[in-house]
Design a protein around this ligand. Sequence first.
Ligand code: NAG
Ligand code: NAG
Ligand code: NAG
Ligand code: NAG
Ligand code: NAG
Ligand code: NAG
Ligand code: NAG
Ligand code: NAG
Ligand code: NAG
Ligand code: NAG
Ligand code: NAG
Length: 826
Amino acid sequence: MWNIDHSYMLVTAFVLLTSCKHAILHEIKEWKECHFTSSCLCKNVPGSEHLIADCSDKDLLRIASFPNNIQELSLRNNDISTIEDGIFKGNSLLTTLDLSFNRISQIRKNSFKGLTNLLSLNLSNNDLKYENRSFEYSAFYFLENLKNLNLKRNVYTSFVPDLWKLQSLESLSIDYVADKIAIFDEKFGYLKNLKIIDLFGFTGNCKLTILTEKTFLFLPKITHLNLSKCKIQHIFQGTFKLMRNILELDVSLNTCLRFETLENITTDLQHSAIEILKVNYIHGILEKTTVLKTSHIWNLQNTSIVRLEAVGNRIQTIESGAIKYLPESFKSVDIRKNMFSVGKYLLDLTNMSIASLEMADNTSPLNVITSYVEECPIKEKTITINSENNWLFTKLPILELLKNTSGKFVFPMPRNLINVSLRSNNLKLELPNLSFSANEIENIDLSDNVLHTWTGPITDTFRSIGLILPTDVDGEIFQNLRNVVYINLSKNKITNIPNLLFQKQRNLERLDLSVNMIEDINFKLSHMKKLTFLNLRNNRISTLSKDAINELDSIAKTNTNLTIDLGENNLVCNCDSESFVKWIINTPTILHRREEYECKTSQNTISLLRNPREVFKTIQKECMSYEGLIIALTTGILMFIFILCGGIVYRYRWKLRYLYYMVKVKWHDPEPKSDNKDDRLYMYDAFVSYANEDDTFVHHKLLNNLEKTGGIQLCLHRRNFLPGNDIATNITSAIHNSRKTIVIMSSNYLSSYWCMFEYNMAKMESIYERNCENILFLVFYEQISACDLPLKILELVHCQSYIEYPNDEYGDVVFWEQLQKAIKSF
Ligand SMILES: *[C@@H]1O[C@H](CO)[C@@H](O)[C@H](O)[C@H]1NC(C)=O
Ligand SMILES: *[C@@H]1O[C@H](CO)[C@@H](O)[C@H](O)[C@H]1NC(C)=O
Ligand SMILES: *[C@@H]1O[C@H](CO)[C@@H](O)[C@H](O)[C@H]1NC(C)=O
Ligand SMILES: *[C@@H]1O[C@H](CO)[C@@H](O)[C@H](O)[C@H]1NC(C)=O
Ligand SMILES: *[C@@H]1O[C@H](CO)[C@@H](O)[C@H](O)[C@H]1NC(C)=O
Ligand SMILES: *[C@@H]1O[C@H](CO)[C@@H](O)[C@H](O)[C@H]1NC(C)=O
Ligand SMILES: *[C@@H]1O[C@H](CO)[C@@H](O)[C@H](O)[C@H]1NC(C)=O
Ligand SMILES: *[C@@H]1O[C@H](CO)[C@@H](O)[C@H](O)[C@H]1NC(C)=O
Ligand SMILES: *[C@@H]1O[C@H](CO)[C@@H](O)[C@H](O)[C@H]1NC(C)=O
Ligand SMILES: *[C@@H]1O[C@H](CO)[C@@H](O)[C@H](O)[C@H]1NC(C)=O
Ligand SMILES: *[C@@H]1O[C@H](CO)[C@@H](O)[C@H](O)[C@H]1NC(C)=O
């Protein structure tokens, strides 16, 4: 057995090793040592003899000469300080040359001689900072086909080398540091094809300070301009006015600009081709909150702008009606990390044609503080809050505006909206009867709206979404989100999802309910046939109910792609969750990272659900002993009750039997009612109870002496019992209808069942019908020792009258006389 396992492992290891080796070999095959030098790796350009050489990170001090079939060459991150004249003269096939991260301090006219087909040159992060000394006149003389040039992280001034030969240049990345007005001078006028300028201050040195209409005077054909993080303080009107072709403008991360500058920017863009405008973080985080005014966007109405990014600008509201000026082409907006509060502008949202709204992280400014901070010169404060915006701070019932005619609060959603993120918002809004206006939303992220979400400044009561949702019995909140494929309600303190909350979401594919306080899936989801991911991580689920399991199974029937994440819950593995654990084993549903699930067993130990079958077996065993205990306990209790009843029945057996037969007797012949029991007329004077063995004595001697001689009417079972009636009823009836009962006591009597029956019935009769008057009279026909007498009879013997049959001539006479007297005197 061991050997088989062992060899199996060896085989596996071998297979693994060889497949690894294959992968490595494959990789090596791809990149192999260049035939011309050992310090570079080479590979072929697919489908040609040309080579791509990678000589990066090799501490090279100088550039060797490369064979002429090199097409791409990287010398990135070496210690190269000079480029020998003509070193590339044979490399007319070279298209891409990366010399970034070296110590090159000078570019001479002949440095790039021969690189007539070079398209892309990267000289970023070198030592080219000595202005005229670093760049010889016509440094780029031979690069007439160059399209992309990167010179970033070299100079710390506004110096720009001669670029006039770069007639083909399309994209330029440079440093530019100017403490006053930045001016890209006539040198740029030669760059007839330049379209993209990247001045991004994070990858290079950028300080533009002031932009005026002179700044880009020679760059009217630019389509992409990245002025991000360039320490801009002023953008005067006219700066971008000539850039009619501009498609994408990025002035983000210039926090000293202040949001109001947006007006100068859009004014310049009104006749341009602008499509994407990025004005993220153009307002200091310590400045006052801002308002997106009509004047800021009014000028965009005739453009075909598609996307606006205005992240982190402390925007608190939008002027009512402003949104209307955004053109039809406008499709997506990113206004994350602002400070939006409720306002009339919400009403304009429905008429917007946007498809994507990113409005996440509208939390306190403290959350934004970690972002880029720069010191700004103090500008005169010109913040005025005009009357139009005053309603912001008054308690105008804005919520009333959001109510539709039937009194429901309907959150206005742009009609064509497809993606919306309202993550981490503390929109100060109380919308208890919330729903969304008609829309096309496919992806909605409402996550992390922990507290105070949907709370209003108007009333003091506040509800978190966690409190509203459970009251949404009819599923109205999401009723208009019919196309939605993704809902994220993570981190909302939701305790309970109302049964019908998602009833309209037939197309839902991903539902994230993680980090809430949900205890079970008690909402309908079997209709979500396309559901692929249900995230319930980090909730309070201990086990899934039968209903929940049925819901999930009903999806699994048609959709085997469903994945559920139940991690970080309080799962329990005990008898209560037996069916749940069984489901875990059998379900076709994929349980995401099941092996990490922890569950609490009855011993409080955390057991990993890595092997659910084992867990299930343990539970089964446990439950079985549990069942055994229950069975034992119930049987015990039943037995006890049974014995108790038995005891009681036994204790009162005679009474019960007596009562039973009395009822039967009275049923047969009800006796006339008599007030006084003593005056009752008895059918017989005495009932004689005797054993069959003693019948000679009874039928001869007793009958003769008592009935014939003494005139006492006797009842003998042989003679007086009614045939047809059952014997017990006869006996009871006879005892009841006789004044006395004479017991002919003998050993036969004691061993006869019916005799003892008669005896006991007579006793009962005396207790229950005759007010405890003694009706029993014992005649000891035989000598019986006290030891042989049952206790009950002995008791009677001691306190009651009895007489012994003497069995001699003289005594006989006395006996009968005494007996007659005794019966009559009773
Ligand atoms: C130039 O090199 C830098 C640093 O390696 C890199 O970030 C950049 O993308 C490269 N640019 C071009 C145009 O190749
Ligand atoms: C660089 O050269 C130009 C023209 O050759 C000259 O006008 C300029 O003053 C020089 N700059 C420096 C810093 O030497
Ligand atoms: C400017 O650069 C930043 C950082 O690389 C980038 O995120 C942004 O998209 C760029 N903007 C443009 C217009 O290329
Ligand atoms: C907008 O441009 C005008 C001049 O064209 C200037 O006076 C004003 O200060 C600029 N606005 C901002 C906010 O920089
Ligand atoms: C946009 O075009 C309309 C009609 O052509 C014109 O009335 C309006 O003034 C223009 N708006 C701007 C900001 O240029
Ligand atoms: C939305 O547009 C329609 C017609 O285009 C107009 O009647 C309605 O008043 C607009 N609603 C808002 C809130 O502007
Ligand atoms: C919506 O989001 C999805 C996935 O996140 C993306 O593929 C799609 O392009 C987005 N649509 C719009 C209109 O932004
Ligand atoms: C009001 O909104 C609710 C929820 O969206 C909707 O069920 C109801 O039909 C709306 N009433 C009117 C009159 O539009
Ligand atoms: C929510 O709507 C119901 C009727 O649809 C109404 O009775 C209730 O008062 C509303 N709640 C609030 C806070 O307006
Ligand atoms: C839902 O939102 C949370 C918190 O914002 C995030 O961590 C999670 O990745 C989101 N879920 C999905 C499926 O995107
Ligand atoms: C399950 O996923 C596979 C591949 O991801 C896909 O081809 C198949 O259509 C999916 N099935 C359902 C029912 O969504």
